[in-house]
Design a protein around this ligand. Structure first.
Ligand code: NAD
Ligand code: UFG
Length: 338
């Protein structure tokens, strides 16, 4: 039997493919490559020495999904495919609702028809919104999202919960990621953002490699120890291993379960800059800039449920992630482009 990976050529998807293959799973990848390159899948094959089908398919194409579900012996789905840029989602909300929510509904309809009722979904810590207190726990109220991207994650969680309530045969894992950073230690796969990076770690990496002059630190007047925003940075390989644990559990337990995937440790912007400098020996020039609208002071996980139930916890720290990001960035200054 095989796991269907939607968005498997993307940043988190490609790392998860490696860990699933290493764990002895068969996989089938689908992606429309709107934010990724098929080369990422070639690199996954190089790293693992294993082959698997990679199919160009948009998750909004129900007919094609049905063909794929009929052709391969798929018994579960890990669903990464989606648009993820917070700022862009405010400018193009309909594209985000269509792609993320419309795409997920089309995928679920095709799965239901094929009798495949196990799904692991990429949710986000963003569903905790602005009003909960850290550390965020799975039983806190979700919602209060501040942008259409975050709202798509919140709505999809509700859709999946409703589906479980309607049919006890479904098995749904909602994985709330905190801030994924780092790259595979081979330096062959990593994060390859288009244009100017929105997120902190890829921005730091591009400053380090000389593509950008300096980092802008968005605000140093938050109520945090050094005034800069605090986040829970999780190494992408640890995150990928969390999916292996979640899919194994979902294969045997029905119903809807929610897990935070984070380290449980908060790290400030300046601490991450210093960790990068320490791990790589490269100086990161920065300036203090105004706060970025929509940012919160603190976001970090209570990660105890994933440990208790899935037996999963992070093994790598921020310095490991900085070292691995730097190896990937140096070897691939233009991402997957030659
Ligand atoms: P990514 O953009 O690298 O990967 C997403 C993949 O989905 C890409 O390969 C893209 O081409 C594909 N895709 C998008 N729309 C598609 C469609 N309609 N049909 C088929 N393929 C499509 O992003 P990522 O960082 O790997 O994120 C994976 C998932 O995790 C996303 O759902 C994202 O929202 C979620 N997530 C990411 C973060 C983060 O900080 N990276 C945090 C929380 C949640
Ligand atoms: N930051 C800077 N300068 C930059 C970029 C970011 O100072 O150039 C700061 C931000 O203000 C924030 C911290 O670095 O304090 C982290 O910012 P990111 O953009 O890397 O990450 P966010 O926490 O804002 O958001 C990320 C994902 C979202 C996801 C959220 C919660 O981008 O998709 O984590 O999981 F919803």
């Amino acid at each position: 039997m095989a796991v269907l990976i939607t968005g498997g050529a993307g940043y988190i998807g490609s790392h998860t493919c490696v860990e699933l293959l290493n764990a002895g799973k068969e996989i089938v990848v689908i992606d429309n490559f709107c934010n990724s390159s098929p080369k990422a899948c070639d690199r996954v094959k190089e790293i693992t020495g294993k082959d698997f089908p990679v199919i160009e398919c948009d998750i909004r194409d129900g007919a094609k999904l049905r063909e794929i579900l009929a052709q391969y012996p798929i018994d579960s789905v890990i669903h990464f495919a989606g648009l993820k840029a917070v700022g862009e989602s405010c400018v193009k909300p309909l594209e985000y609702y269509d792609n993320n929510i419309g795409g997920t509904v089309t995928l679920l309809e095709a799965m239901k028809e094929a009798g495949v009722k196990t799904i692991v979904f990429s949710s986000s810590a963003t569903v905790y919104g602005e009003h909960n207190k850290v550390p965020f726990r799975e039983d806190m109220p979700a919602g209060g999202t501040t942008n259409p991207y975050g709202t798509t994650k919140y709505f999809i969680e509700i859709i999946l919960k409703d589906l479980c309530a309607s049919d006890p045969e479904w098995s749904v894992s909602l994985l709330r990621y905190f801030n994924p950073i780092g790259a595979h230690e081979s330096g062959k796969i990593g994060e390859a953002p288009n244009g100017i990076p929105n997120n902190l770690m890829p921005y730091i990496a591009q400053v380090a490699v000389g593509k950008r002059e300096k980092l802008s630190v968005f605000g140093n007047d938050y109520d945090t120890p050094d005034g800069t925003g605090v986040r829970d940075y999780i190494h992408v390989v640890d995150l990928a291993k969390g999916h292996v644990a979640a899919v194994k559990r979902a294969e045997t337990v029905k119903g809807c379960e929610i897990y935070n995937l984070g380290t449980g440790v908060g790290v400030s912007v300046l601490e991450l800059v210093h960790a990068f400098e320490k791990a790589t020996g490269v100086k990161i020039p920065y300036v203090i800039a105004p706060r970025r609208p929509g940012d919160i002071a603190y976001s970090y996980a209570d990660a105890s449920k994933a440990l208790a139930v899935l037996g999963w916890k992070t093994e790598k720290n921020a310095e490991d992630a900085c070292r691995d990001t730097w190896r990937w960035q140096k070897n691939n200054p233009n991402g997957y482009d030659d």
